[in-house]
Design a protein around this ligand. Structure first.
Ligand code: TRP
Length: 472
């Protein structure tokens, strides 16, 4: 039995740094900047945040390492990589369906991620117009009543033509990178956009810190009140950790396939996890001072980014410029994640049907465009269309929320449970040892986590997602 990996894919990351930046680019996205602060706000701050960090380390990282090691060993699209590992482990090749499911969920996430990316584009446009009108030192939206500023958001999301056009634009930009391949396109986006993202994030955070309310925000995010650590809060934290690390959707298997054999996957996964978590925390420390300084409440949900923050920028000298910089930063992060989301099904089409990359990428673009248009319209003309409404957990949900729930509450946990079980129980131990770069106690600890802790925690979030009444 050959345990060495297959010959390297023809296209791949040109260096370890490129891989690290691209994987961080995939992980850092709307999940960190929009979902994390919103979830932290909705789940009472500190208790959520600390449990989140705990989940990333003990449950997220082992699955992240499992995904990258499958990819690196298989050097193919996600299902094909799983199939190769299964074959070399003497297991059923049907395991490839695990990653097949991941490819499907990656595609379905793309079908709503681009809509939110499109909203971000629209806000960039809004702030650009405002900046031209006010100049760089003025607050945003001078003289515009608060209700109107907060009203931009509901007006935008229910405006069919605007959301469909913005979603299409966002997907076209994503496509422009994916179509150029791994080293020629995807990597370029990561290498340019991620460093710019970090500069903006740190700059805006420092600016926000000088505005005051910094210690209030830090206290809010990091004060641990054990009584707040309830079942729903813990599950929200596990779910958020997996979404944020791009797990359970074949994303890291796909990116792992482009990694050279000389890279230590355990160390690299730790860097990716640490970077993703730091960005989420810094995003919290960046957003909450701006909100608190304006005397606003850290409410949860999308309103935090698209209503509360614009209002806060209205109260802030230079708010017009900072607001623009903020949404450009969010746009960069969203783009590198949607590139990964588009690459997952594209790589599969190339592998499975021997398509040329441009053909495969166009198919995913068109499919994602149609799904995205339906999602975009679900806050407008399609508001009463509930595609899976006959199933209790999807009752009353429009297309966008249906895709979010289907992927986040069902496909992601199922995909991640199966990856952990596959690496922990099914894959040949020697192959896993060879790829993961761990030794001694750490290696045993990794095996313990993928075999027991990860599947159990993920089964809990799957059950709680399907039967929410279990938790109350
Ligand atoms: N992690 C991304 C974010 O935080 C979103 C995401 C979820 C993703 N699953 C993925 C990205 C799979 C790429 C591949 O925004």
């Amino acid at each position: 039995m050959a345990l060495s990996g297959s010959s390297p894919a023809t296209d791949g990351w040109s260096s370890r740094t490129a891989f690290v930046l691209a994987a961080i680019g995939s992980a850092v996205g709307l999940g960190n900047l929009v979902r994390f602060p919103a979830e932290a706000g909705a789940n009472g701050g500190g208790a959520f945040v600390l449990f989140y960090i705990f989940c990333v380390i003990l449950i997220g990282l082992p699955v992240l390492l499992s995904e990258t090691l499958i990819g690196r060993h298989g050097q193919s699209s996600a299902p094909e990589s799983v199939r190769k590992v299964a074959e070399q482990s003497g297991a059923s090749q049907k395991w490839e369906w695990v990653a097949g499911l991941g490819v499907l969920s990656g595609f379905l996430v793309l079908g709503f991620y681009g809509v939110i990316g499109g909203w971000v584009l629209d806000y960039i446009w809004l702030f650009m117009k405002d900046l031209l009108a006010t100049g760089i030192s003025g607050p945003a939206f001078q003289g515009v009543p608060v209700e109107e500023v907060e009203g931009f958001f509901p007006a935008m999301i229910s405006n069919g033509p605007v959301t469909v056009i913005c979603n299409t634009l966002f997907l076209l930009v994503t496509f422009a990178f994916v179509v150029r391949g791994v080293s020629g396109g995807i990597e370029k986006a990561a290498v340019w956009l991620m460093p710019s993202f970090f500069v903006l994030l740190v700059g805006i955070t420092i600016f926000g810190a000088f505005r005051g309310a910094f210690s209030e925000s830090v206290a809010y995010l990091f004060t641990f009140e054990p009584e707040k650590l309830t079942g729903p809060v813990m599950l929200a934290a596990v779910g958020q950790a997996f979404f944020s690390l791009s797990l359970g959707m074949a994303g890291m298997i796909t990116y792992g396939a482009y990694v050279g054999r000389n890279v230590n996957l355990a160390g690299t996964s730790a860097i990716i996890g640490a970077a993703d978590t730091s960005v989420a925390l810094i995003a919290g420390v960046c957003i909450f001072p701006i909100v608190f300084a304006a005397g606003l409440a850290p409410n949860g949900g999308l309103g935090l980014m698209f209503q509360t923050l614009p209002h806060a920028f209205q109260e802030m000298p230079g708010g017009s410029l900072i607001g623009l910089a903020f949404f450009v930063m969010v746009g960069f992060a969203a783009l590198t994640s949607s590139i990964a989301l588009m690459e997952v099904p594209t790589a599969w089409l190339i592998d499975k049907f021997r398509l040329a990359r441009p053909v495969a990428a166009v198919i995913v673009l068109l499919g994602g465009g149609v799904l995205g248009a339906l999602s975009a319209l679900s806050m407008g003309v399609l508001a009463d269309f509930h595609p899976l409404g006959f199933i209790p957990m999807f009752e009353g949900l429009g297309v966008l929320d249906t895709l979010d729930t289907l992927t986040g509450k069902l496909l992601m946990p199922i995909g991640a449970i199966l990856v952990a079980v596959f690496v922990g129980w099914v894959a040949d131990r020697r192959l896993v040892d060879l790829e993961n770069g761990l030794s001694g106690v750490l290696h045993l600890f990794f095996l313990f986590l993928v075999r027991f802790a990860c599947p159990l925690a993920l089964i809990a979030i799957l059950l709680a997602g399907i039967f929410p009444d279990l938790l109350v």
